[in-house]
Ligand binder design. Structure first.
Ligand SMILES: [Zn+2]
Length: 395
């Protein structure tokens, strides 16, 4: 499959590391060898500097503003110069090419347009590659399915949970032209990948990013390997650190992803703690790209649930649920504290025996939960990021 910028994406690693070293020195005056001694940047730094305190260029040189959703507090504002937007479009064009898109490919973009980076990020990447973009944004799910069929889109871009919601309205995936999907903006599992692939008849690929660092396209999977997302290492230097101690971890070990932007002008960040848990590998890939690959996001440092002293990530519950063939990949976790003890209710669609599911969660995760198996359509569908966890403890 053609690579969008092979001169960069297949750079031999010693040359790539030399380029990273140069850019790090230029941007931050820091030597590569001394990176691990630098302090971290956190989301709270961006919040404290709200809205424009961390900008490194005059505001009038910025041509675009985006913001994080602010679901965990005040939104963070990010800004882009013209060059930042060009680099972002390149990164998203690389991701689309890695999924098999090229000039003329019809791309159905159901990520939300607006302050959220998903919609416009993929939109300009698709145009950069020469694709024909259908800028549907989220919402009106039956129409999404109809447009997919009528316009013959080959690539679908949206959150994995929204892909499933669209699939509810696709009676026969054989009538669609879809070949691949770029799914991201929320953690998901291999089980969900299989469910989406069979429901929509496409190859489901992971795309990763966050607004503070750029938006979607920090990394993306290739169709050849579908085994970890290639990080655009000419633009981003990534590390994995122990979330508690902050010490760097070796390749293959899961920890918190830390990201340094190497080319950004408006909002460069040195050692930004993403809050996303993942691991890295620099093993060669079948596709020929030399960029390191990151695993799926295994969870977020701040969405770990502690239920009666047991630490558990929603993605672990998802994995356990999807291992039961009678269950559907639609679920919601409700956490309450009616008395002194936390109570977790797992609501999941399907036809399995609730007691068997409860025992399975207990044996696999050590988790005590109430399980409600409900008929298809009873769990609320998302039109963007899924609301997997409803935490009623703080209200
Ligand atoms: Zn690859």
């Amino acid at each position: 499959m053609p690579i969008f910028q092979p001169e960069l994406e297949t750079l031999p690693r010693p040359e790539l590391e030399r380029l990273q070293g140069e850019r790090l020195r230029e941007r931050f005056g820091v030597e590569l060898e001394a990176l691990a001694e630098q302090p971290f940047r956190m989301k709270s730094d961006l919040r404290d500097a709200y809205p424009f305190g961390l900008l490194q260029v005059p505001l009038e040189e910025c041509v675009r503003i985006h913001a994080s959703s602010g679901t965990r507090g005040k939104a963070t504002i990010v800004a882009y110069t013209r060059a930042d937007l060009a680099a972002w479009a390149d990164c998203c064009a690389r991701a689309l090419a890695a999924a098999g898109a090229g000039p003329g490919t019809i791309v159905h973009n159901a990520y939300g347009y607006g302050l959220f980076t998903g919609g416009l990020g993929l939109h300009y990447g698709a145009e950069r590659l020469g694709c024909t973009v259908v800028p549907v944004s989220g919402g009106n799910t039956p129409r999404q399915a109809q447009l997919l069929e009528d316009l013959g889109a080959e690539i679908l871009c949206c959150t994995p949970s929204y892909a499933l919601a669209i699939a509810d309205h696709v009676p026969d995936p054989g009538r669609l032209e879809l070949r691949a999907g770029l799914f991201g903006a929320e953690p998901w599992t291999e089980g969900l990948r299989e469910a989406i692939e069979s429901a929509l008849g496409l190859a489901a690929l992971d795309i990763y990013g966050l607004s503070e660092v750029m938006g979607p396209g920090v990394s993306a999977e290739c169709a050849e390997a579908r085994d970890g997302a290639h990080v655009n290492e000419d633009h981003f230097l990534v590390e994995v650190v122990d979330p508690q101690s902050g010490e760097p971890l070796p390749d293959g070990e899961a920890g918190e992803l830390v990201c340094t932007t190497l080319t950004k002008e408006a909002l460069p960040l040195l050692r930004y703690r993403t809050g996303d848990l993942a691991s890295l590998t620099r093993e060669p890939c079948a596709c020929g790209r030399t960029f390191a690959r990151m695993s799926r996001v295994l969870g977020r440092t701040d969405d770990m649930l502690i239920i009666r002293g047991v630490n558990v990530f929603p993605s672990e519950i998802e994995r356990a649920l999807l291992a039961t063939p009678e269950l559907e990949p639609h679920y919601q976790l409700v956490v309450e504290r009616p008395g002194h003890l936390d109570e977790l209710t797992v609501q999941v669609e399907g036809a399995a025996d609730a007691d068997a599911v409860r025992r399975r969660l207990h044996s696999v995760l050590g988790l005590t939960a109430r399980v409600e198996v409900v008929p298809a359509g009873h769990v609320p569908r998302s039109e963007g990021k899924a609301l997997r966890v409803v935490d009623r403890r703080s209200t």
